[in-house]
Design a binder for this molecule. Structure first.
Ligand code: ACO
Length: 331
């Protein structure tokens, strides 16, 4: 048993902020950002909720799949910027869509969230005969967790959402997922202030040994180390997923990598000997929208009618955790 994608959708906020705009708020330049990251502009939410952006992408995906919300059996929502600690974003979406036959699960797997979500969808479809149609929604409000006085991070991120409808088919998807939690301290953001009135000195010391940078709700990132991790983790994950599918990355019709830095994408693809023309890149327009990057890319490929039945698409992500994962799917 496997899955195929029967529809994809996206939503990008109206406000577009380009590199010159950033040069007005931090010491940076269009030249630096373009050369070091490939980013030219990004969409930024003006206070929109993460679930609300996800809902727009979900409706778009359902329309593209030509189904109704009542056809959905399960909703998976991926984000690192949930609006609430509870309820889950997937439950909010279920209610707003009127998808009363579906249950929901949220997953937080950083920028690899969509790959993990698709993998999870296939596993549920595989093991439960009542689950045939799954909506995966990835929505991110990265601008809520970046500090706009820190030029090393604020220029990198944007907001937006992507969604797909996956349905049972006889085409198996092949995935490879991995993590290195010993390097969790390289990239993190607190959900709550650490500690409370009863925290002991020892507990506080223990915590700050692992996460030494108190950045409040803002992101801490050691960009150089994450970069080094990413250029190895991306080829490793995609090659392993392809191996399971009995192919090589060069045999894929399209590759949609996580869009964090054009230099990371180019280095990783070069390591696998993959032709540039097969690699989907939209980083110049969106910046890094964490787990939404890959489904937004898929929605754009659907919209441009670039995917034909039988095409094999490889998707590969990495991010905070440190986490990585790839999936190969036949559309
Ligand atoms: N404009 C101008 N100068 C800058 C900027 C900026 N926006 N940002 C940093 N600099 C400066 C630094 O201060 C430094 O100056 P110095 O040499 O005087 O100290 C110099 O540029 C070089 O800085 P580096 O950090 O060495 O630059 P690098 O080439 O490594 O690029 C970057 C930084 C873009 C962050 C890169 O390391 C990167 O892409 N890393 C991976 C990030 C990533 O993939 N994150 C995933 C997050 S997704 C998730 O899970 C949430």
């Amino acid at each position: 048993m496997g899955i195929r994608l029967i529809g994809a959708g996206m939503y990008l906020p109206e406000l577009v902020v380009d590199n010159e705009d950033f040069a007005k708020i931090v010491e940076t330049s269009d030249e630096w950002i373009t050369k070091r990251t490939g980013i030219k502009r990004r969409h930024i939410s003006q206070g929109e909720y993460t679930w609300a952006m996800g809902l727009k992408a979900a409706k778009d995906a359902i329309k593209s799949a030509k189904i109704t919300p009542l056809d959905l059996d399960m909703i998976i929502f991926t984000t690192v910027n949930a609006d609430f600690a509870y309820p889950s974003m997937s439950n909010v979406i279920q209610g707003k869509l009127g998808a009363s036959n579906a249950f929901g699960i949220d997953i937080c797997c950083a920028c690899a969230g969509f790959v993990y979500g698709l993998d999870m969808a296939q596993r549920y479809i595989d093991t439960d005969e009542n689950i045939k149609t799954v909506l995966i929604v990835s929505s991110e409000n990265m601008t809520k967790s970046v500090d706009y006085s820190n030029r090393s991070t604020c220029v990198l991120f944007g907001d937006g959402a992507g969604a797909v409808v996956a349905q049972r088919s006889n085409q198996k998807a092949y995935s490879y997922l991995g993590a290195d939690g010993t390097r969790a301290e390289l990239l993190y953001a607190h959900l709550y202030p650490s500690g409370n009135a009863f925290t002991t000195k020892e507990q506080a010391q223990e915590n700050s040994k692992i996460f030494p940078n108190e950045t409040g709700r803002y992101m801490y990132m050691n960009g150089k180390e994450v970069y080094k991790f990413a250029v190895n983790a991306m080829p490793l994950a995609l090659e392993k997923a392809c191996q399971k599918a009995g192919i090589s990355p060069k045999d894929l019709d399209y590759i949609i990598p996580h869009q964090a830095n054009i230099r990371i994408i180019e280095t990783a693809m070069k390591k696998m000997g993959v032709d540039k023309s097969k690699v989907y890149v939209n980083i110049q327009e969106t910046g890094n929208i964490s787990s939404a990057c890959i489904p937004v890319g898929l929605a754009q490929l659907f919209e441009q009618k670039k995917l034909s039945p039988g095409n094999r698409v490889g998707m590969v992500g990495f991010g905070a955790g440190l986490i990585y994962g790839a999936i190969v799917i036949t559309v």
